[in-house]
Design a protein around this ligand. Structure first.
Ligand code: SF4
Ligand code: SF4
Length: 185
């Protein structure tokens, strides 16, 4: 397979180019949800189009899985995207969060910020389980999504998050990424 390394899009989606600094979070079982999901419209994701979401609702749609911070390979002929377990150097794979979110574009210039405006261009290479991709495709959220389950722990318990199984990109050269392809399903 002829492959071209691709950078993951920013996993913490951002609306209207407004900066939302989020600190890295130490993860322990049953810790509070690091994403504020209080005071949202009832099941807004089923009733309001993405471009009509408030900024808080947009942020709350993120499941906190960290999968979009995994590096990918693109087949140069078919355009097919394959995910690897190789993670962006800024990913904290215990917290499943960007360790330098507020300055990530300075440190990783090709990190893509997801917005309602660009989702049509990037959805095809977002993880299949990504809440933004699911909603954009007219699908339902999974039961493990914190908005459904009421707890951020379910994304880890279900095995969807990247917690504890990534390899930092400084340990593996792009020429060897193909050996680390995972099944994104
Ligand atoms: S839902 Fe998961 S894949 Fe989608 S933006 Fe959030 S962390 Fe990334
Ligand atoms: S810079 Fe941060 S948000 Fe962007 S891909 Fe890397 S870890 Fe993810």
């Amino acid at each position: 397979m002829t492959t071209v390394p691709e950078r993951a899009p920013c996993w913490l989606a951002q609306m209207n180019e407004t900066i939302h600094a989020r600190s890295s979070v130490e993860s322990t079982a049953n810790e509070p949800d690091p994403i504020d999901r209080d005071g949202l419209r009832d099941r807004f994701w089923e009733r309001v189009p993405l471009e009509g979401l408030s900024q808080k609702e947009w942020e709350a749609l993120c499941d906190g899985c960290g999968r979009c911070c995994l590096n990918k390979l693109e087949d140069a002929d078919s355009g097919e995207i394959a995910y690897t377990r190789i993670a962006c150097r800024l990913l904290d794979d215990e917290a499943c969060r960007c360790s330098q979110y507020d300055i990530r574009k300075q440190l990783v210039p090709d990190c893509v910020v997801l917005t309602p405006s660009n989702i049509s261009e990037v959805a095809h290479w977002m993880p299949r389980t990504c809440a933004y991709r699911l909603i954009w495709e007219g699908k339902s959220l999974f039961d493990w999504h914190p908005l459904i389950s009421g707890t951020p722990e379910t994304v880890h318990e279900s095995g969807i998050s990247v917690r504890g199984w990534t390899v930092p990109e400084w340990e593996v050269g792009p020429e060897d990424w193909e050996e680390h392809v995972i099944n994104d399903s």
